[in-house]
Design a protein around this ligand. Structure first.
Ligand SMILES: [Zn+2]
Length: 444
């Protein structure tokens, strides 16, 4: 009876939410209040795929969903990205019969790293994908090793793990267990054994604390690692990125004897890893390689991470980055620095988070702002509430002072950009601040 009431509550809540045009995790919240054990009582589909990690969860889940749907499977997944237990409960209960049986063939869950242990204490994923682990939302998540400990409790219930072989911390999830599938990247032209980031989380072995060596690095601590002390080393990947051609926007995935070339919409090594993870998950769920490659041809993310705009007679792109996540910022900085044209760059940090209050800005020191010293970056404007702290950080980059302006007001920053002779603009900021800028320009 409790089960029935909980399912009914979730369905009514979801229906009411749709009427007022709001998707939220409230229906799941009330259902869990009515029956805290409800998730363990639902008959789940044959495939339950979970995806977690610091970066790339949402786009990996979007890709897996598209590939599986193209292959004719009915996929239930948390589109709204509400990835804590209430959101997952809303998804599951909304997609099941009143008798408690899910109607889809696949349940696909984007799971928050810290909440996976609660969600998966009620049911087991058949496949658990971990994209990567690095510094992200320090005030909420703590250090990556802290996140590892939290996620470990969720991961251990999965039947099969699909892990990033190039991430030493992620690879540690496979310790002492069977049934792991690996994805990783082959050495790329120009990849070096040394770190070129402002910090190095790959310096020490996460297993024994010994000094780690790399044959090559793809970015930060991600690469072909090995510990000379305890022999902990990168596992040979079952799914491997061959050549990543950033200029042409394509990559090659090798799986056993097979090899596929796949185009990338917004080429970056980070995007390449997400595509690889999605490929591996779909292949493990039984979709043939050619079918996956075909589905990925037409993939366009719904996330709108890149927004084109016009400001006066200037053209620009807003690159959505995540505050408190240096790797996300580094991706955007790499795009601006690699542009063959002269550009201006605007960095806005106004509200650090839209979800909780924090004014903690130590993460500025993890970001490779030094790369904006590239000669094509003619002007840099720093704006928002934290413009002063940004200016302090930039004073340590060695970028000539005359190239940098710092103003609190975002309106004023836009006026400055308009006054420059560089016609191309990159705006780097987060979900929490992007509309404050986009409201001042003409979206394309
Ligand atoms: Zn070691």
């Amino acid at each position: 009876m409790r089960k029935f009431i909980a399912i009914l509550l979730a369905k009514l809540g979801r229906f009411a939410g749709k009427l007022v045009g709001k998707g939220s995790s409230k229906p799941g919240y009330y259902a869990l209040k009515a029956d805290p054990k409800i998730l363990g009582k639902i008959k789940l589909p044959p495939y339950v795929i979970a995806v977690s990690g610091s970066n790339g969860k949402t786009s990996t889940v979007e890709m897996i969903a598209k590939i599986l749907a193209d292959a004719g499977l009915r996929v239930a997944y948390n589109k709204e990205g509400s990835n804590q237990i209430e959101g997952v409960a809303t998804l599951i209960l909304g997609e099941c019969t009143l008798g408690g049986k899910m109607k889809s063939d696949v349940l696909l869950i984007e799971s928050d790293e810290r909440f996976a242990r609660y969600t998966f204490s009620h049911f087991r994923p058949t496949h658990f994908v971990v994209t990567n682990l690095y510094r992200d939302q320090l005030t909420r998540n703590g250090h990556p090793e802290w996140v590892f400990d939290a996620l470990k409790e969720g991961v251990k219930h999965a039947e099969k793990l699909i892990l990033n072989a190039d991430d030493p911390l992620v690879s540690l999830f496979a310790e002492g267990r069977e049934n792991t599938v690996w994805f990783g990247c082959a050495k790329q032209p120009g990849s070096k054994p040394e770190s070129d980031s402002v910090y190095d989380d790959g310096r020490f072995c996460p297993r024994c604390g010994g000094k780690m060596r790399y044959d090559y690095r793809i970015y930060n601590h991600v690469g072909a690692f090995r510990c000379p002390v305890c022999d902990y080393a990168r596992h040979a990947p079952d799914y491997e990125l061959g050549k990543i051609d950033l200029a042409a926007g394509s990559l090659v995935i090798r799986a056993g004897e097979e090899s596929f070339e796949i185009p990338m919409e917004n080429p970056s090594v980070y995007a390449a890893y997400n595509i690889l993870a999605a490929f591996a998950a779909a292949r493990e769920a039984g979709v043939p390689g050619e079918k996956i490659a075909r589905s990925l041809q037409g993939f366009a993310s719904h996330m709108g991470r890149i927004v084109s705009f016009a400001l006066g007679d200037h053209e620009g792109k807003l690159l959505t980055s995540k505050h408190e996540n240096s790797v996300s910022y580094d991706q955007s900085i790499a795009v601006a620095a690699a542009d063959p044209e002269d550009v201006s760059v605007l960095v806005i940090v106004d509200a650090v988070s839209r979800k909780y209050f924090t004014s903690e800005t130590s993460w500025f020191w993890d970001i490779d702002f030094e790369k904006l010293a590239s000669p094509n970056v003619r002007h840099i404007v720093l704006a928002g509430t934290h413009y002063g702290e940004l200016a302090v950080r930039f004073s340590f980059t060695g970028i000539p002072e005359e190239r940098i302006a710092a103003v609190r007001s975002i309106e004023e920053a836009a006026e400055l950009l308009k006054s420059y002779d560089t016609k191309k603009i990159y705006t780097i900021t987060c979900f929490s601040d992007k509309d404050k800028f986009l409201n001042l320009v003409e979206r394309k």
